[in-house]
Ligand binder design. Structure first.
Ligand code: BTN
Length: 156
């Protein structure tokens, strides 16, 4: 193969590498959803597990809203647009919410977390179980000012 052919293959390889590394997304950072709720996700470990804090903008509980802990995990075998799940154990109510979702990165590098959630409120008795679970969707975007390089990993 000539020098030029080799250079072309090398260039194509580099373009491919940079494109795939740009798409990788992990969840660490500060996010806000369409309701105005904020969540901060700390570092994701090598097993894909993470913890963090959630401050909901809305609540059905008749108590002052407090920051609540989250625990979850993401797939790490496919870092491009991974699926994930996490639980919020509300500190100011008897309820629990689980979120499942996927991190999408568009062609401009903008990340969104598209999620669905189940919110379980505490029923007084088994007879009241039937209406104790709500379902909904939330879309999270990364709050501006975050260091993108912290959340976009190209080393994995
Ligand atoms: C409660 O009302 O008992 C706890 C707060 C629940 C807030 C819900 S969880 C799903 C939805 N998404 C949010 O960001 N907040 C609400």
């Amino acid at each position: 193969m000539g020098k030029r052919g080799f250079s072309l293959i090398l260039a194509l390889g580099l373009v491919t590498l940079s494109t795939s590394s740009e798409k990788k997304c992990i969840l660490s950072g500060v996010w806000q959803n369409d309701l105005g709720s904020n969540m901060t996700i700390s570092a994701v470990n090598e097993a894909g597990q993470f913890s963090g804090l959630y401050l909901t903008a809305v609540s059905g509980a008749e108590k002052p809203i407090l920051v609540s802990p989250i625990n979850g995990s993401q797939h790490i075998d496919s870092l491009e647009q991974p699926t994930f799940g996490f639980t919020v154990q509300w500190t100011f109510s008897d309820s629990t919410t689980v979120f499942v979702g996927q991190c999408f990165v568009d062609k401009h590098g903008k990340e969104t977390l598209q999620t669905m959630w189940l919110l379980r409120v505490k029923a007084r008795s088994a007879e009241n179980n039937w209406n104790a679970t709500m379902v909904g969707t939330n879309i999270f975007t990364r709050i501006k000012g975050q260091n993108l390089s912290e959340s976009m990993r190209s080393d994995l």
